[in-house]
Design a protein around this ligand. Structure first.
Ligand SMILES: Cc1cc2nc3c(=O)[nH]c(=O)nc-3n(C[C@H](O)[C@H](O)[C@H](O)COP(=O)(O)OP(=O)(O)OC[C@H]3O[C@@H](n4cnc5c(N)ncnc54)[C@H](O)[C@@H]3O)c2cc1C
Length: 215
């Protein structure tokens, strides 16, 4: 099938990678990250920075499962793209031991069966002396398979892995043009009309088009 994915963020990049791997002809469309954010008047993405917490612990079984399946693929995406984005520094959720939220986190983990360390009272203060938790806190710490990702680098890694999954990676062309379209992530080509003085395309339009499979 020929499929256009609109929006080259974390979800769009992931969708393009899966579709390209499944043998579809995929075009991933979306603007590059704006350089001057203050003056940018087009669309924004929520991946224009360096820090996202990633963890298996969650009060909801669905989100824990989705996270575990995502985290399990980080290594493959990093090696397919050659771009590292995951720092496995661990993650911790903490809250009052008698509140339903932390009890739900415990229940989800018990059912899923992944490892985490529980800390309370003096043991918690000794393990994490740089935090000051109130009395009665229960902390659930995942020492491995959790930490933080760079969303900027992850979005790029997904795009690169999607491109590599296509057989040719030939550059896309604008209809009727002999010039190849700009590579994904390059600044948009724009021209100013002498007659109207307006820029085309306007900044709000997606101008980066990354064809991950050509035939
Ligand atoms: C400050 C902040 C902190 C967060 N912290 C965490 C965290 O710690 N852990 C966690 O798991 N999640 C966190 N999130 C949420 C996570 O970043 C988002 O859920 C995720 O980025 C959403 O991915 P997305 O692909 O749906 O959207 P986005 O990443 O926003 O991507 C959308 C893409 O579509 C493009 N686009 C928009 N309009 C158009 C258009 N008309 N045509 C073409 N392209 C278009 C945009 O340019 C962008 O590239 C955080 C989010 C923010 C903002």
């Amino acid at each position: 099938m020929r499929i256009a994915v609109i929006g080259a963020g974390l979800i769009g990049g992931g969708a393009a990678r899966h579709l390209a791997r499944a043998g579809h002809e995929v075009v991933l469309i979306g603007p590059p990250e704006p350089e001057a954010k203050r003056s940018h008047d087009g669309v924004f993405g929520s991946h224009y920075d360096e820090g996202r917490i990633t963890r298996k612990n969650d009060p909801w079984a669905f989100w824990s499962r989705v996270s575990r399946e995502s985290i399990a693929r980080y290594g493959e995406i990093e090696s397919d793209s050659g771009i590292s984005f995951f720092s496995e520094v661990g993650a911790m959720m903490a809250g009052p031991a008698d509140q339903p939220l932390i009890a739900r986190v415990e229940a989800v983990r018990a059912e899923a069966g992944f490892h985490a360390d529980r800390y309370e009272g003096a043991a918690l203060a000794e393990r994490f002396p740089y935090f000051a938790f109130p009395e009665g806190t229960l902390a659930v710490h995942e020492p491995a398979g959790a930490g933080h990702v760079s969303p900027r680098r992850l979005a790029r890694a997904q795009r690169v892995a999607a491109e590599k999954a296509g057989p040719h990676g030939c550059p896309p062309r604008r209809r009727g043009s002999r010039r190849p379209a700009p590579a994904c992530g390059s600044p948009p080509r724009r021209a100013r009309s002498r007659r109207t003085g307006r820029w085309w395309p306007p900044a709000a339009l997606p101008t980066c088009c990354c064809r991950v499979r050509c035939h």
